[in-house]
Design a protein around this ligand. Sequence first.
Ligand SMILES: CC(C)(COP(=O)(O)OP(=O)(O)OC[C@H]1O[C@@H](n2cnc3c(N)ncnc32)[C@H](O)[C@@H]1OP(=O)(O)O)[C@@H](O)C(=O)NCCC(=O)NCCS
Ligand SMILES: CC(=O)OP(=O)(O)O
Length: 315
Amino acid sequence: MTHFIDQIKETLKSKQQTIVLPEGTDSRIQEAAIRLHEEGIIKPVVIGNVPELSERGIEVINPETYAYIEELVEAFVLRRKGKTTPEQARELLKQVNYFGTLLVYTGKANGLVSGAAHTTADTVRPALQIIKTKPGIQKTSGAFIMAKGDMRYVFADCAITIAPTSEDLAEIAVESAKTASAFGIDPKVALLSFSTKGSAVSEETEKVSRALELTKEKDPALSIDGELQFDASLVPSIAAKKAPGSEVAGQANVFVFPTLEAGNIGYKIAERLGGFEAIGPILQGLNQPVNDLSRGCSADDVYKLSYLTAAQSLQ
Ligand SMILES: CC(C)(COP(=O)(O)OP(=O)(O)OC[C@H]1O[C@@H](n2cnc3c(N)ncnc32)[C@H](O)[C@@H]1OP(=O)(O)O)[C@@H](O)C(=O)NCCC(=O)NCCS
Ligand SMILES: CC(=O)OP(=O)(O)O
């Protein structure tokens, strides 16, 4: 069976997409960069002082000696509209994630993958400040493509919004459905809870059922249901008992978690106990692709997320 990353690779051939890997000193990043460079489908650009990679023909940029640093400073200051001075920009550009994000923002690269050696907050903050969300999108969110054999699911938000409101959940649902479609999954969205269709009633369950109403207002054509427990969303025989008549229960493939605690814990359980590959978190709704990694990632995760990021830059 063809891995979906192989399908993505086909779409990237002859497109010459460039992906920045800011954490050049991390051995997993180095291994992924070498593999990407040797395949020659996308071009990795590695940040740091890593002559062993330039010796192999990989483009390496050392921010300390970068000739166009003042161009980045100028772009940074203009973008921040009075929130960042040139002095502050020069200081922040010493951080590899700010430097790499500015390379993407100024069009010197098509996307960025980082977070193997940085927390999510330190990875995504430059993107939130500089790349920003697309018009009409209030907040970015982090989705994982969860893959095992021919099973493919989207889990969100697993990375960004700690305590989402009903409005946040509705936006996450719509954006996650788009992510699913972009990567070949026909979305059926479950708004997850500890309750199915009123089996429990509390502030938490009402937050999710309100999110269903809001999502339907935003995108009436979306196939979505909630609130659903995970078993009811996935297993047809349980769906028939707990949510009879639902067109999503028992068949969901996009799972929207009610809080970041649930989403982040949930994806790691599926990955570590369930044997799913977890590719992401893919940041949804940004103007340009900047994607995070888990600090627990492997070189293979870096490699796959790089291809996925390159594909996003063409969407
Ligand atoms: C994402 C996160 C880092 C943002 O927090 P923060 O840096 O304190 O953000 P701030 O409130 O200072 O805002 C910084 C900028 O980002 C923007 N921003 C914050 N959250 C945002 C979001 N979800 N989407 C888009 N922009 C956002 C703000 O508007 C602000 O922009 P401005 O400077 O142009 O005004 C924070 O929500 C967080 O830590 N989330 C959890 C991350 C995590 O640990 N996940 C688990 C592992 S994956
Ligand atoms: C996505 C995620 O959980 O990141 P980390 O493991 O680095 O906190």
